[in-house]
Design a protein around this ligand. Sequence first.
Ligand code: PLP
Length: 373
Amino acid sequence: MQFIDLKAQYDQAKIRIDKRISEVLAHGQYILGPEVSELEHKLADYVGVKHAITCANGTDALQIALMTLGIKAGDAVIVPTFTFFASAEVIALVGATPIFIDSDPDTFNLSVEKLEATIQYVQNNTDLKIKAIIAVDLFGQPADYLNINTIAKKYNLKVIEDAAQGFGGKIGTRRAGSFADIATTSFFPAKPLGCYGDGGAVFTDNDEYAELIRSIRVHGKGTDKYDNIRIGLNSRLDTIQAAILLEKLAIFPAELIRRNEIANCYADLLGHKTDFKFPICKPNFTSSWAQYTIQVVNDTRDSVQNNAKIQGVPTAVYYGTCMHQQTVFKSIDLSITDLSTAEQLAKSCLSLPMHPYLTDIEVEQIVESLQNP
Ligand SMILES: *Cc1c(COP(=O)(O)O)cnc(C)c1O
């Protein structure tokens, strides 16, 4: 059994993907070829935003978003402490200070309850200028943007949506990637929409931001490519990856439906087990189920993982270390709020196999494998 079965997906779409790749090889426009703009239009349509701008990976996408907002040394950006490292890394990369915030115990996402207190703490107790919030759609469920955006507006902060895992998720009928001033995603192979290498995208409705993003991704170019008007990056999506993504995007809606069926199947089976807390979506929220992450009650995660392993079921711990516990961030005293929920999640979380090609029988096997045979 695979944790994420990319081979099964390729088998589904092989003929069309291979054809798309050979078309790129035939026309030879390997960088920013026609497939890239075709993909950008389709992504913008799908997400429901004016601009989708592809780039080299999801980490660059976040960095580009921060650069677009002009975030720099002396600035502070709020980010959940329970997330993938890149969400926090990029803040330090542009010279700003990450301010870690606790998580909601049910959704794993940024704790809206603690948001105002965190903002006020930074304003009252540090010299940092707080500029933005990076909210992460962790494991596929969008963060609570209605409340996040309201609080951000009150304190005049920008919001960045890190939808690396959330792509395909929804609040009501609106899609992830459309909830913030700027949103980002990743096409790393294991993400809900993945390519066969690295890739990413930035989404916005704001024309000025879009122009900046397009400039930053190609060395800060002006209207003329060789007139560099700012410092940027080299962060483009390869045409071959765009070609692959076009075919994967075509089957993505059906895959999302299946991911949700699998999540329901997991929930039904796990509902009968008292040792595990299964993940739930808030009413009106739809997850893309980038990960199916349960919480193991009673501090027995190692033995649960081992039971599964013995029975041939791969599991993973996303994430065992919070950002404020990472070696590189330890030197900065950032323990300004209570981060105990996130610490507890890091101790108890366990991600089970999740991909659209799992069968119901496999889901049953996985759930059974968590306990002693
Ligand atoms: C994967 C991921 C990223 C980074 O994406 P890459 O394409 O690997 O650079 C950023 N944030 C989150 C939440 C992620 O899961």
